[in-house]
Design a protein around this ligand. Structure first.
Ligand code: X90
Length: 277
């Protein structure tokens, strides 16, 4: 039997053709409604509803039973989670691993703490599938992913950080600039998987320039780049064109943010996962 890939929905990938893959949803919760981040979720409608909604909103991570469901039936599982520094998803996955291995003594589960979200997590998952295709063993794949993780990065640009601040995922002071008209907050997933503010950019052009510089500073030289956007395909495309012009062989893919990333990145947000050094 092959290796199953499992990831929570912060990876923005719900289905994966040709791969034994399961996505485990996070949830977005308001006093009025609960949204489950799976294929049935209409992300655009959710973003619009949340913009009109004035009450409290929050998110919740998968619990142990959710992870166990996704592991069920598999002999070997590679499980990818959102950064353990901003969510309980990693902790519940580790607990699920223990329970699963206890109940199935020959089964193996390896939990990767992405220390990131979205595109960077996806790069780790893509690497796993690539190594699987090369016929590598489970142990070798786990070790290589941990090495690869040291070379991948995440940069974001956000027009609002309201939901991040309200849910205590970033301190209010660092987030002050985002939300002012025309100011974009540009930052990164730090080495320990926290949200780190780096720059303020005024207007779209400056934001794109800033992002491009930061991406290159972190060693991007035309490898893989995964851009996720919240209702901002046009800017994502502009960025891709800019990168492709400088690095014609770059492997760039654009996709919309899923529910969880849309909730935190908010309308206009861009999240980039890429290969560097
Ligand atoms: O457990 C939960 O309820 C989920 C909490 C998630 C908190 C943060 C998600 C951030 C999503 C925002 C821009 C990228 C920041 C990257 C920092 C590592 C996307």
């Amino acid at each position: 039997m092959g290796i199953r890939i499992v990831a929570d929905s912060s990876s923005d990938l719900l289905l994966w053709n040709g791969v034994d893959y399961a996505s485990v949803p996070l949830r977005i919760i308001t006093d009025a409604k609960e949204y489950t981040d799976n294929e049935a979720l209409d992300v655009s409608s959710m973003v619009q509803e949340l913009l009109n909604y004035k009450g409290r909103s929050s998110t919740s991570c998968p619990n142990v039973a959710d992870w166990l469901d996704a592991f069920s039936g598999a002999e070997e599982v590679l499980c990818f989670t959102i950064t353990s520094n901003l969510s309980g998803a990693y902790a519940s996955a580790v607990e699920a691993k223990k329970e699963y291995e206890q109940a199935n003594p020959t089964a193996k589960v390896y939990v990767v703490d992405s220390l990131s979200v979205g595109g960077e997590t996806r790069l780790l998952m893509e690497k796993a599938v690539e190594l699987l295709g090369e016929g590598k063993t489970f142990e070798a794949i786990c070790a290589e992913i941990e090495e690869y993780k040291k070379t991948t990065h995440l940069i974001f640009s956000l027009e609002s950080m309201k939901n991040l601040v309200n849910n205590g995922r970033v301190d209010r002071l660092s987030a002050l600039a985002a939300g002012l008209l025309g100011i974009r907050a540009v930052g990164q997933a730090s080495d320990v998987g926290t949200l780190e503010m780096l720059k303020k950019a005024r207007g779209k052009k400056q934001a794109l320039q800033t992002i491009f510089e930061l991406v290159q500073e972190r060693g991007f030289r035309g490898g893989k780049l995964r851009i996720a956007h919240c209702e901002n395909e046009e800017t994502a495309q502009e960025l891709a064109t800019m990168v492709q012009k400088r690095y014609p062989t770059a492997d760039i893919k654009i996709r919309p943010c899923g529910g969880l990333c849309s909730f935190y990145a908010e309308r206009g947000g861009l999240i980039l996962g890429f290969e560097g050094h």
